[in-house]
Design a protein around this ligand. Sequence first.
Ligand SMILES: *[C@@H]1O[C@H](CO)[C@@H](O)[C@H](O)[C@H]1NC(C)=O
Ligand SMILES: *[C@@H]1O[C@H](CO)[C@@H](O)[C@H](O)[C@H]1NC(C)=O
Ligand SMILES: *[C@@H]1O[C@H](CO)[C@@H](O)[C@H](O)[C@H]1NC(C)=O
Ligand SMILES: *[C@@H]1O[C@H](CO)[C@@H](O)[C@H](O)[C@H]1NC(C)=O
Length: 316
Amino acid sequence: MSISTMSCFSFSILLVITSQALLFIPLAYSNIIGHSTLTCRSYCGNLTIDYPFAIQSGCGHPGFRDLLFCINDILMFHITSGSYRVLDIDYAYQSLTLHDPHMSNCDTIVLGGRGNGFVVEPWRAPYLNPVADNVFMLIECSPESPLFEGFPGKHLPCGNVSGMGCEEYYECPAWEIIGPNRVGPVYGSGPPECCSVSFEAMEDVNLTKLGCQGYSSAYSLAPLRVSGPDGWSYGIRVKYSVQGNEAFCKACEATGGSCGFDTDGNSDLCMCGRWNSTTNCDSVHSASNRIRWTLMDALAGYLICLIIWRNLLRLQ
Ligand SMILES: *[C@@H]1O[C@H](CO)[C@@H](O)[C@H](O)[C@H]1NC(C)=O
Ligand SMILES: *[C@@H]1O[C@H](CO)[C@@H](O)[C@H](O)[C@H]1NC(C)=O
Ligand SMILES: *[C@@H]1O[C@H](CO)[C@@H](O)[C@H](O)[C@H]1NC(C)=O
Ligand SMILES: *[C@@H]1O[C@H](CO)[C@@H](O)[C@H](O)[C@H]1NC(C)=O
């Protein structure tokens, strides 16, 4: 092996090492930049919207697509039964707190069947469900309601949920306005004015189907037990769950990407800023490119070195 071949071989190796080091700087930089500017994370009012939720299309998890909308800094949650205001998203406990303006509470009872209740699209059902500690109190339901099927012979589905139920709810000032004659903790001859149920027992809370005039909903943040219906938290607490692709998303985020999905194909996408990956932002696609460039660098360096060397020899 000639001295020129050996020197140029060493030179090209040096070149590869240098180019790798130089390549690493913009790569690391773009990952950091990508994380802060090209991410799917966004805000609505003072709420942070992060995976699995999103308000931009293609971001987040497909189970939560077309669910949240930010309107004048108010985050709205939209499902089959209607629109709700999102009061809180608890990422640690994977839950959302919703408010329905036509829902009754301790101060007001809203009748006329204007409330939403809670019904999700069947395809979304695996992802969203009111928590087990959430009570739905169905108000002024028709004696023909499916709730009272077989009444008075059959056992009613009404009961306490996490220590909350109609018997205590009747103590609210709202019921004084309606009139004490309409209130009866003992069911007497007719069905009760209020029937408290868990979501689990219902599958969905459709006020029309149940023939109810109104409803209230309260939740308890176990193990905290607040005594008295005026201390309850009124609203609908919904548990969300991301099925399956948590590993995909962790890997994507770890490489500076944002988790999303292909709007057409419904497959997972890792958004890496200027490109989308089906795995993560350090994926084979970019790695194979880097290796190809490295080999070309080495080859070019070697040839240039040889040419210069030959010319130098000729000049002597
Ligand atoms: C967000 O703003 C609402 C009022 O718009 C307030 O009630 C709530 O406490 C705020 N939440 C946080 C976490 O700051
Ligand atoms: C990446 O995917 C998202 C969501 O499908 C799309 O909106 C975006 O245009 C894609 N970006 C590129 C660079 O292809
Ligand atoms: C509620 O039930 C009624 C009557 O069964 C039905 O027409 C309506 O579509 C249901 N609403 C929702 C949101 O599923
Ligand atoms: C529901 O809870 C109230 C208050 O704790 C209690 O008085 C009542 O007996 C309970 N009802 C049922 C059916 O367990």
